[in-house]
Design a protein around this ligand. Sequence first.
Ligand SMILES: Cc1cc2nc3c(=O)[nH]c(=O)nc-3n(C[C@H](O)[C@H](O)[C@H](O)COP(=O)(O)OP(=O)(O)OC[C@H]3O[C@@H](n4cnc5c(N)ncnc54)[C@H](O)[C@@H]3O)c2cc1C
Length: 369
Amino acid sequence: MKRLLLVGGGHSHVAVLRSLGEDPISGVEATLISPERFTPYSGMLPGLIAGHYAHRDCHIDLAALARFARCEHVEDAVTKLDLTRQVAVTTGGVERSWDVVSLDIGSTPDMAGVPGARERAIAVKPVHRLLAALDELVAGARRGVLRRLLFVGGGAASVEVLLALQYRLAKEGARDVKMLLATDADAPLPGHNARVRKIFVRVLADRGVRVHAQSRIVRVDQDAAVTDGGERIAFDSLVWATGAGAAAWPGESGLATDPDGFVLVDDTLQSISHHGVFAAGDIATQRGHPRPKSGVFAVRHGGPLARNLRSALAGERLERFAPQRDALGLISTGDRYAVMSRGRWALKGAWVWRWKDWIDRRFMRRYAF
Ligand SMILES: Cc1cc2nc3c(=O)[nH]c(=O)nc-3n(C[C@H](O)[C@H](O)[C@H](O)COP(=O)(O)OP(=O)(O)OC[C@H]3O[C@@H](n4cnc5c(N)ncnc54)[C@H](O)[C@@H]3O)c2cc1C
């Protein structure tokens, strides 16, 4: 019996599990280790925060999916890989051995080197903690104790969560919360084209959001975030949504990583340093094809990863995979309205939101077990 170990129930591994269920591999015992039963689908999170979706609309039930895949689900987190013994160790002290292992553990916002951030900020990941913290913020705003809410980070996740939360606050009668956004770029959404950036500058201005551009937060005090220019931005609560950071344990276990700690893989999604070890989604950096850390690319990894895990278990040749150069971005503005961004193109409207809603719900239907 060969052992396949899946670490993390992210966007790529759900495709692997589905494939195992649809086309079982005989002589293979599969295990999924992931700490939560429900894994979020990132594309629908802003809609959940705004109140357009319920929790079940945008979370995949890993226990049900694992049952369909005839895969054991261990609700735990891996803290270390012993690459010599081919064993993963969890926080609960459980050891699981593998013939082939795959990591799809995502990322968390990078707070390293910013004193006070870890203690005082709400991170956008892990998502279940973000959602609980946002519920508390809404309750605080309704009691009148939340007046200034600062978002750090100018990327799509930061802007979308800010606008979604603002929409929900208004719906719940808490209109007096001043929303602030700090970014080290010239304007929000630096990874997108000028038209998209212009649309969001306008949307944020229309909604009264104060944007601090070219403002890198270097320290977080009790009541203010301090920028590299020495400005103090006062806040009551702060949400941290900067670029992705990697867990330390894959690199500490001995896997080759890029300078930021993401696991370096080749075009087969196999580690460049260790045979039989695969990585996908945010935690992987494909050598020669670096791409933004986003759910779109994590989803795209799913198919080739599923096929290559099968081939690796069978001792067959692995397929090479080149990710597309740019991805379709559908960025929502909180109010059932969205902006499409691709290359130099920008389109906007309520119809873009309906299109996004259709794509997202179609994705979720694939995982409704
Ligand atoms: C609020 C928000 C909105 C976003 N919106 C979009 C969007 O609209 N479009 C888009 O493309 N991207 C979006 N992103 C980015 C997107 O969430 C990530 O790029 C995507 O989730 C990465 O998928 P993944 O499969 O790598 O990991 P994830 O989906 O994060 O899944 C990782 C899984 O691994 C588990 N795990 C973590 N550590 C361990 C461990 N040590 N052991 C075992 N299991 C572990 C986690 O519990 C989780 O289930 C958004 C991000 C945020 C925060």
